[in-house]
Design a binder for this molecule. Structure first.
Ligand code: URA
Length: 309
């Protein structure tokens, strides 16, 4: 007996209405049901995946349902919010998925530091990060949060900065936003933990140390930290980058545009496809935008599949 949200007749009706995506409470599915709904595992030969076959897994029971962003009308007004882990989505028309890759022009970084960091291998880079005092955050942190998990991951997720829990534990995305991120990844057949680089992502932040009071990262902090992230990307060599939130999106694309204008495009970060989406913390506060985030994950999945990955 399928979960009521997954009843075939209900799904057919939603499909007919153009509303085929459902956010399903995380624990509502048994593993077999979930496996049947997930996109094909990376590396598996698969037929093109209709959007409607993919279930969205929410962080909480009763979470919202929605249509993919490309079906949604642009929002009339720009939403401006507190920006710690916050996006400003203004609903500008998204470019068509077929649009050619937009070349990212990453923000200029401190050249000398860039050269120094560029010479480092993985473990020295970790040590360099843990010892770093290049900005004021270095003296305030409990832990510099370098990243997890698989250093040869196919997909690399880039967030903004550690929060209080991340600073305490030394791992990115361990709070509520992290749980939602884990669910989003799980819905794509990915996870942060595991031995298999095909199924495991690497998660890092633009900023490695917690900004006090969860304020936004400041430009000098981003400038000092960006070379470390760039080196991490060079060493992980992911097949796809997923930038979550304004700071990651702007740092990697080099654009000052709001997130609503950066998402739903295939960017090119020095030869690596880059997809931009909303930060999970923003999605926790704005669940109606989860459908857009889902559309972004579908774009990421399409790009991976397009690489034959
Ligand atoms: N938000 C982020 O962007 N990164 C974290 O590690 C935690 C919350």
């Amino acid at each position: 007996m399928p979960h009521p949200l997954l009843d075939p007749r209900r799904l057919a009706m939603l499909h007919a209405l153009g509303l085929e995506q459902a956010w399903v409470p995380r624990d509502a599915l048994d593993p077999a049901e979930l496996a049947a709904l997930l996109p094909p595992l990376p590396g598996a030969a698969a037929a093109p995946t209709p959007q409607g076959r993919r279930a969205q897994v929410s962080d909480a029971p009763g979470a919202t349902r929605g249509t993919p962003a490309r079906d949604a009308p642009p929002a009339a007004t720009e939403r401006t919010e507190r920006t710690e882990r916050t996006e400003r989505g203004h609903g500008a028309p998204v470019p068509p998925r077929e649009a050619p890759a937009a070349r990212a022009t990453p923000a200029p970084v401190n050249e000398q530091r860039l050269q120094q960091v560029r010479s480092l291998a993985w473990e020295p880079l970790q040590a360099f990060t843990h010892d770093c005092r290049a900005c004021k955050l270095g003296s305030m942190r409990h832990h510099a949060v370098f990243g997890v998990e698989h250093p040869q991951a196919r997909v690399m997720v880039v967030g903004e900065a550690p929060g209080a829990e991340e600073d305490r534990i030394g791992e990115p995305f361990v709070g509520a936003a992290g749980k939602l991120l884990d669910n989003m990844l799980r819905a794509c057949g990915l996870s942060r933990a595991g031995e298999d680089p095909v199924r495991t992502v690497y998660i890092a932040n633009v900023i490695k140390c917690r900004p006090p009071g969860n304020r936004n990262p400041e430009p000098d902090e981003i400038e000092q930290c960006l070379p470390i992230l760039q080196r991490q990307i060079e060493l992980v060599r992911p097949r796809l980058l997923l930038a979550l939130g304004r700071f990651a999106a702007q740092a990697l694309t080099g654009s000052a545009e709001p997130i609503g204008r950066l998402r739903q495009r295939a960017w090119d970060w020095h030869g690596t496809p880059l997809v931009v989406s909303y930060h999970p913390a923003y999605l926790l506060r704005t669940p109606q935008d989860k459908a857009k985030a889902w559309a972004d994950l579908c774009l990421a999945q399409d790009l991976l599949e397009g690489q034959g990955a």
